[in-house]
Design a protein around this ligand. Sequence first.
Ligand code: PLP
Length: 392
Amino acid sequence: MSDPRDKVSQGLGLDALHDAVLPTYARADITVVRGDGCRVWDYEGGEYLDFVAGIAVVGLGHCAPAPLAAAREQLERLWHASNLYWTEPMLRLASLLADRFEGGRSFFCNSGAEANEAALKIARKATGRTRIVALEGGFHGRTLGSLSATGQPAKWEGFGPLVPGVSFAKPNDVESLEAALAPAGDTALVLLEPILGEGGVIPLEREFAQATAERAREIGALLCVDEVQAGMGRTGTFFAFEQLGIEPDLVTLAKGLANGLPMGALLAGERAAPGFVPGDHGSTFGGNPVVAAAACATVESIDDELLRHVRERGEQLASGLGGLPGVQDVRGRGLLLGATLDRPVGPVVDAARAQGLLVLSAGSDVLRLTPPLVVSADEVDQALGILEAVLA
Ligand code: PLP
């Protein structure tokens, strides 16, 4: 069989290889080859200011020194041992996360969807119940369980039957939550994002989050906060739920956890943790030592100073966005921001990229910005300047 890389060296270029990839994504036509801090470069040498950060992943910036050094050192020592044994980076990471989510015990996996799958399973085992309540517009992943709890019917099309027993409530609507919880006695898990990221950057209100947490506790259901997109300092606190005044039983993390190496985690508090015993769940690569070493360095880097920086840069970006032509409203917290536009967002994303700025959409008219947490005031101004030119 011919080596596809030969085609590149024969001058056919990477475009000739696109058909070798299943088209699950509508990718922009650039091939990213290098990253440094808040910038990436494409195959042709084009430079971009990166306000996508791998979709809220590369919090410390591309090739950030601390996780890079930790992963590199671990690569020289041990790549993989399996979960039949303990490894030091995995244990250190579990302990660092237990410091952040007091007393929480970790299960490690490779992605956000897997972390949410683990949440669904542990909730069933811990409560002996089956029903799940989630939010309309919420997003929890693409595996069948996490997809079933994703409140976006367009994403279900063609993949049924889904996991049964999932009800959806409208975000920030307590009555709708009550309706979704009936019959209350059979609900195992209430699963929610503190800010619905993919669903349009919709922050949960404190009152709604607190009423939900209280109700879940009353009826004996577990509460899981999906911090896959909003966690790891992105909203200006380590977990976004800290700003909502709630104490979840379960937290899921992924994206920013290892600054771009693939890792997910389920953190379980005391009401949920007894749900799993040996043999109940697993993952060959979960807690891999190289990835866990990078995650330890990442978690350790998210200190009070960085969190203050996130809040300050977030305020700068939000107030700048609010003054741009065609921006109708700005939502979100810290550096997870969405701006509703008076026009379709797709062409705006394309035009910004053509001018050297990578940005995201969320739905048809929301511009989503998730830059690295280390973004500088100058870089925020540069991004706002490009967006102003694109929207004018
Ligand atoms: N949960 C949330 C809130 C997300 O934003 C995402 C991905 O965008 C996921 C879960 C799924 O994560 P992954 O793509 O790593 O499976």
